[in-house]
Design a binder for this molecule. Structure first.
Ligand SMILES: C[S@@+](CC[C@H](N)C(=O)[O-])C[C@H]1O[C@@H](n2cnc3c(N)ncnc32)[C@H](O)[C@@H]1O
Length: 362
């Protein structure tokens, strides 16, 4: 189904891993310009970037952004101080434009507002949606094939009594790339991996990339696919807008050689086609100059082979002494305090805060 009016500007909130907002903003600007020929209006917020563009341009972000977690389309922004008003706002939306099922998943948050009881807000929203559907039933033919459609997620945020109502156009979070044959049990989120690669790698130079504790190879995969369109999965907006026809873009990392090292022989065999070989990071040597990125075990799910105090320190030393590091980016638990780094920032991966250290050859 096409939308009635073309060329109207919509607002999209694109969320991303915390502290990665600037990286996402630069990805949006570069890639949007590539696909649409113009620089978009963007605004950086905590946790994401707001972009104003046409509907189909915004929906297409889902297919080519590698640093984004979700793309939310803003449906309404208005004052809301009480439940009757909330009911009215929800009942008035033209839901049939988006929904192929009469139930949705609500995600409701409030701050500094008169509306504070989110359970009661959810009940009000569900009642209002039911009321909306009384005269606007979805056709029985569509309702009979629920497996073909997504259960849409609706986000409501009320802050200082200002309500923002959005629909999640992504469905599964975008770090779920789809088509994955194998994923290790402690793999880094694909979106965070892409953000860290943007931070690490230069654009205008051909480089070698090495991950000495590669696991299922998320860094290596993301590095090879940064410019690719994701056609390996479905997105929630496919229920109400056609699938965009897009080709890969130019924002390719300039990679000469991509190598991974992994100590677990079984894990390493899964990554042969990614360039992963069986080996030990502490004895691996390379005669090349390498950009090195690494998410070592934290000593919980995956045990450390050395005393915790020396494991990470020694890995940095090995990277520069034996592995030809030019720059080395490494994730560690928060209690690991290393010295001599160029940059240290906090990242949030699968529910825990960690450090990402970057070291440079002096
Ligand atoms: C946290 S996981 C890395 C996950 C990886 N970034 C991914 O996304 O799949 C750490 C990996 O390092 C491997 N490892 C631990 N010690 C190692 C060593 N000394 N040399 C090479 N790999 C090692 C573990 O077997 C595990 O697969």
């Amino acid at each position: 189904m096409r939308f009635d009016i073309q060329g109207i500007m919509e607002k999209f909130y694109v969320s991303c891993p915390l502290n990665m907002e600037k990286i996402l903003n630069s990805e949006i600007i570069e890639k949007f310009k590539h696909y649409n020929g113009i620089k978009p209006q963007t605004e950086i917020h905590i946790g994401g970037v707001l972009i104003e563009c046409e509907l189909e341009q915004g929906l297409a972000l889902n297919l080519y952004l590698r640093c984004a977690t979700r793309v939310l389309l803003r449906i309404k922004s208005q004052k809301c101080r009480d439940f009757p008003k909330l009911f009215k706002i929800i009942q008035k939306v033209n839901w049939k434009k988006f929904l192929k099922k009469e139930e949705v998943q609500w995600s409701i948050t409030t701050a500094k507002s008169r509306l504070i009881n989110t359970s009661k807000m959810e009940k009000t929203c569900s009642d209002a949606l039911k009321k909306y559907f009384e005269p606007n039933r979805i056709s029985q033919k569509i309702l009979n094939t629920p497996e073909k459609f997504h259960t849409q997620k609706i986000f409501i945020r009320v802050e200082n009594d200002d309500l923002e109502l959005s629909i999640d156009t992504s469905g599964d979070a975008l770090y779920i790339r789809g088509g994955e044959a194998y994923r290790g049990n402690a793999s880094i989120r694909a979106t965070i991996a892409s953000c860290l690669l943007v931070q690490l790698l230069p654009r205008n130079e051909e480089v070698n990339l090495l991950d000495p504790m590669a696991g299922s190879g998320t860094f290596l995969k993301e590095a090879k696919r940064f410019h690719k369109i994701n056609n390996s999965r479905s997105f929630a907006f496919y229920d109400y807008s056609p699938k965009p026809e897009l080709l890969d873009n130019n924002f390719k990392f300039n990679l000469k050689e991509v190598v991974g090292v992994e100590t677990d022989p079984e894990v390493a065999t899964h990554g042969l086609d990614l360039g992963i070989q069986h080996g030990d990071a502490f004895t691996y040597t390379s005669t090349h100059k390498n950009y090195i990125i690494c998410n070592p075990p934290y000593g919980k799910k995956v045990k450390l082979s050395k005393d915790r105090d020396i494991f990470y320190k020694e890995l940095v030393q090995c990277a520069f002494k034996n592995m030809g590091a030019i720059r080395f980016s490494m994730i560690t638990p928060l209690d690991i305090k290393l010295v001599g780094y160029e940059k240290r920032s906090k990242i949030f991966n699968s529910g825990i805060w960690l450090y990402n250290y970057t070291f440079e050859r002096k």
